[in-house]
Write a protein of this length. Structure first.
Length: 147
């Protein structure tokens, strides 16, 4: 009796791999857009998107070495090909000088402090100074790794 023979190709473990993801962030945890990421065995680097993510369609199984280039820095980090690789770069990501929240805090704090000073209400003046100071502190903190 003849038996049917399967002609389907066989997949051997380790031949195919899932996409490999590298996430690049700055010291504050903000995504870093435009970092150039290269992994071993891949000739073409991939730039990170606006979320700081570079996705490689495939990677060698096991440990993977990634090289991240940002503003003249070259960072090398190793990780497992079955996990996302997170890289923190020592420079800040680009962002606006002032965010809408900071602008509102500065304007509102200045207005409340001015109203308290004009009406001679020390409590209003103090609240305004605290709101204004909080806005200034946030701006300084957000930009501290640039200066």
């Amino acid at each position: 009796m003849l038996q049917a023979v399967s002609l389907r190709p066989r997949l051997i473990l380790g031949q195919l791999s899932a996409p490999f993801t590298v996430v690049v962030v700055d010291p504050r945890g903000a995504p870093f857009k435009g970092a150039r990421v290269t992994i071993q065995g891949q000739a073409v680097p991939i730039d990170t998107d606006s979320d700081g993510v570079a996705v490689f369609p495939s990677a060698p199984s096991g440990n993977v070495t990634a090289q991240v280039e940002v503003d003249g820095y070259k960072l090398i980090k190793q990780g497992s090909s079955d996990q996302t690789l997170f890289v923190t770069v020592p420079v800040c990501a680009d962002g606006p000088l002032l965010t809408n929240t900071e602008i509102i805090a500065l304007l509102l704090g200045g207005a409340i402090a001015g109203a308290g000073f004009y009406t001679k209400h020390r409590a209003l003046e103090t609240v305004g100074e605290l709101v204004f100071g909080g806005g200034v502190f946030t701006i300084i903190y957000r930009h501290s790794c640039r200066w």
